[in-house]
Design a protein around this ligand. Structure first.
Ligand SMILES: Cc1cc2nc3c(=O)[nH]c(=O)nc-3n(C[C@H](O)[C@H](O)[C@H](O)COP(=O)(O)OP(=O)(O)OC[C@H]3O[C@@H](n4cnc5c(N)ncnc54)[C@H](O)[C@@H]3O)c2cc1C
Length: 404
């Protein structure tokens, strides 16, 4: 176990600088174009793969060789500072990788995670498909079914997934499906749908408010047949788990909580990357823009807004770094991961809105990037658990009660 420290080590500082430079040189100049095109920015992700920023080795290194937990959050803040839409395009496959790592055997992780990324010459993408049109927060409401065909040792998947990052354009889809409808959210399992599997297609592609370079679409599964080995964790483990649930034995809720909490600081780090971009830009703008014969920053109303923006970002980052360390070291007590994500999402939405205010009319136009950052910030209050779901998790953790 490492001690919690706010000092980044040499490797982390190098990584931060490396991503910042890629952000300045490659991502920022491309951000506006891909936001307007609302398409997956393949050429940019290919460049990220060429330098090793997009790839399974990067994820493995950042996740496994870092006892502090800070490497990933530092990387994400920098990437999303450059652009959240392209950042999400680069990081979307990580959702699939995390899904495989969470439920798969070590052999399955080694087989499927590299396939989800491909390589610089032959880029691949992964998608993690859990949400459905009628069930986002309410995971017990999933309807996508997986039925085992014992004669062929195959699973047959049917249903529709909604809001899926890289949905339909991914090579590897990780699909969460119901294997026992009577057990609610405890009757789920995750499956790999390998490349070019018959029956999987893209439904509608959503036209979004923000992170428009990231592809988000429905995934339709019609009699999708996958081999038995595509069940993450394997059949024996699934049968054992379902039997335990049917006997009414309590699962390891503490372990499950630690897993969910551990991914949330990462989303918070993305949010403050966007917030920092907007804060830095509006600080410079306020020093240069003159009104009534002086720079607008010399009005307290503007300077104090910037002071509050800086303070909120610093406070959010402290929560995120602490939560990332707690997550890595299995130390969560009161849903600190949810607290960090809740705070950072709100900070990003608020800071980017204030940035528009500081730029005035210019801030409201597409000539300046702050309106894009405001659109990009809002997603962090919604995905990976909405504001209200974070509040639910936190209130249950601090009270020990079943708050509804
Ligand atoms: C751009 C984007 C990318 C996404 N990527 C993925 C992905 O890759 N994979 C994936 O599986 N999903 C993905 N999602 C889905 C995302 O996780 C869901 O949108 C989110 O969980 C919310 O679900 P919902 O949209 O169905 O909203 P709902 O659950 O219908 O919520 C609607 C409102 O009701 C509130 N609410 C719901 N239940 C409660 C409650 N019990 N108490 C209080 N308030 C409540 C919510 O907070 C929200 O304000 C993505 C979504 C977006 C927009």
């Amino acid at each position: 176990m490492s001690e919690f420290s706010l000092n980044l080590n040499e490797d982390q500082l190098q990584l931060q600088k490396w991503i910042h430079e890629f952000g300045v040189d490659v991502i920022r100049p491309a951000a506006e174009e891909w936001d307007e095109r609302e398409e997956f920015p393949f050429p940019i992700v290919e460049q990220a793969a060429q330098i090793g920023l997009y790839g399974w080795e990067f994820m493995a290194e950042a996740m496994m060789n870092d006892p502090s937990g800070l490497t990933m959050v530092v990387a994400l803040e920098e990437l999303f500072w450059a652009d959240a839409g392209i950042g999400m395009a680069i990081m979307g496959t990580g959702l699939a990788a995390a899904g495989i790592a969470a439920s798969g055997t070590p052999e399955q992780v080694m087989e499927w995670v590299p396939q989800a990324y491909g390589d610089a010459d032959n880029l691949a993408l992964g998608a993690f498909a859990a949400s459905e049109p009628d069930a986002g927060s309410d995971v017990g409401g999933y309807r996508t079914r997986a039925v085992y065909d014992e004669a062929k040792d195959e699973w047959v998947l049917n249903g529709t997934k909604a809001w899926i990052t890289n949905g339909g354009i991914a090579d590897i889809h990780v699909v969460v499906a119901v294997v026992d409808p009577e057990l609610g959210s405890k009757g789920h399992a995750s499956f790999i749908v390998p490349p070019n599997t018959k029956g999987l297609s893209q439904g509608q592609k959503y036209k979004k408010h923000g992170i428009r370079a990231s592809h988000t679409a429905e995934v339709v599964l019609e009699d999708v047949r996958v081999p038995g080995r595509c069940l993450l964790g394997g059949k024996e483990k699934l049968d054992e788990r379902l039997a335990r649930v049917r006997r009414g034995e309590k699962g390891n809720a503490q372990a499950a909580m630690q897993t969910f909490e551990a991914t949330r600081p990462a989303v918070g780090a993305q949010a403050i990357g966007v917030a920092r971009a907007a804060y830095e830009y509006s600080l410079e703008y306020a020093k240069e823009r003159h009104a009534f014969g002086r720079p607008i920053i010399q009005n307290q109303s503007i300077a104090f807004m910037l002071a509050d923006m800086a303070t909120e970002i610093e406070a959010s980052r402290l929560l995120i770094w602490r939560a990332a360390w707690l997550g890595k070291n299995g130390k969560f007590k009161n849903a600190e991961g949810s607290m960090a994500k809740l705070k950072a999402g709100r900070t990003a939405t608020w800071v980017t809105e204030r940035a528009i205010q500081i730029l005035g009319g210019y801030g409201y136009t597409r000539e300046y990037p702050v309106e894009r950052w405001h659109r990009d910030a809002k997603i962090h209050d919604i995905f990976e658990g909405t504001e209200q779901i974070q509040q639910l998790v936190i209130s249950r953790a601090i009270s020990g009660l079943r708050i509804e």
